[in-house]
Write a new protein. Sequence first.
Length: 310
Amino acid sequence: MDTAFIFIAFSVGGWILLAVGILFRRRWLRKQEQERVRATGVVVGYADNAPANSRRCTPIIEYTAEGQTLRAPCKGPFEREKYPVGATLDILYDADDPTRFHPDADEEIPVGRGLVRAGLVWIAVAAILTAALIGPVKSMVERPKAGRLSDMPWIPAEKDNPLKGTEGFQYVLDASGFATLTGYSGGESDVSLPVLIDGHIVADIAQSAFAGNRRIARVTVPGSIRAVPNGAFAGCIALSEVTLQNGVQSVGMMAFAMCVSLRDVTLPASVNFIGRDAFPADCAATFHVAEGSTAEKYCTEMGFSVETTV
């Protein structure tokens, strides 16, 4: 649910009132033009229903209608200064009853005018309520976006309260009991990311999980882990060999940025996305890729050394 939807939901009634009011006024005025006769009248005095010092008045109009001169109060009240004695004004009167008349300039049905005003007020209130409620509403209706487990809000972006596995890997568990690797403190330089850790399936890698590790020289990512996220191995200056096994589908932005020692990279045919600056632009590694794969296209565009397999 976004701001536009909430505004429309609140304001639809106002727009309906506004539209009905405009149509009502137009139809009524058109009818009056057809049924009433135009004449010119003169203000000759005021009715006795308002004090002489009052700003409001009911002017008495003298006019000629259907061949006779009439004097009648103009239903009001009106602003006294706009209708001084002796002032002339255009009026519309009913041909069937000439005593029924109204100043032409004010010929407007109150219901239509009221509907238009009510519609405008409704729309304004809707805008104010939308501005006031959009924050709380969004907080109630927002849901995690579909994607990898590392995108879910219950996976810490940082290495908060990690568990330490028997193989030197830190990890966290999600609500379903799946593990997300958040770091490595082991002493091995040749590292294979586990499929299982302490009995939990390893489903993902946290962003920047191994960034800055100066010990890892060779790493293998199993196909059970679908994505190497943004910055996962960035700044691993000793990393020279990377093997992604078949099943890995994406390599995030700057996943291997600043890995200056890279010499050998294997990207399987299952990789269908490689993010911006995933590897150093001046990378001297040889990339082993499947012929016709997304990885081959990426490496060719980047000008990397490529060896293809069928």
